[in-house]
Design a protein around this ligand. Sequence first.
Ligand SMILES: Nc1nc2c(ncn2[C@@H]2O[C@H](COP(=O)(O)OP(=O)(O)O)[C@@H](O)[C@H]2O)c(=O)[nH]1
Ligand SMILES: [Mg+2]
Length: 203
Amino acid sequence: MIIKNATFVTSAARAEQFLTPDKPVIAVCGKSNVGKSSLINMLANRKNLARTSASPGRTRLVNYFDFGEFLLADLPGYGYAAVSKAEKEKWGVTLQKFFERSKDIAHVLVLVDIRHGATEDDVAMIELLNYYIVPFTVVLTKADKLSRMRAESHAKQIADSIGLTRRNVLVTSSQTRAGREELLQKIETVIPSDDEEPKEGKL
Ligand SMILES: Nc1nc2c(ncn2[C@@H]2O[C@H](COP(=O)(O)OP(=O)(O)O)[C@@H](O)[C@H]2O)c(=O)[nH]1
Ligand SMILES: [Mg+2]
């Protein structure tokens, strides 16, 4: 799949503002600072489509981007220690409301830092996705921070730790753009096109 001209659509602060999409939605979620915005920029071939930040916890909205064949929803990051309990709960409710509308969501990319592995929050996120029967792929980020060999062994370990096969885990780096093609291929298999059934059914 070739991404021609990805654009920002809108931000939603509350569930009532979530889009009723006219094309498949790919949602991106993960811990604050895991590299969501960077991954979106890499996919879009843009430097600043989604804002990236060295200080975590800034994205508190669901940001929608139009990628042509699909919409991409950048979800609020979770697990940022410095926010209040009340605010954390608010985010939890926002995420939950988002996934309640699971029929609107084609696929979720759950981003996990390849160095640190899945956190408790990631596991909770995956449980939520399983509960609402939303298909997902785990996307490991920042692979450039490890040697190729260590990256591969981390990928196996992380997949194992959350009960997935290595095949369901992609290794990426927004810095080196490693894994971009594999990720786009994956997206292509999960979005139904106009004239054919989805290539990969929900198992
Ligand atoms: N080395 C490296 N740094 C990255 C990568 N992706 C993101 N970062 C850095 O990690 C920090 C957080 O990234 P950001 O995309 O804003 O994370 P978000 O909070 O999940 O949206 C920024 O300082 C990025 O430059 C990557 O693939 N490699
Ligand atoms: Mg971000």
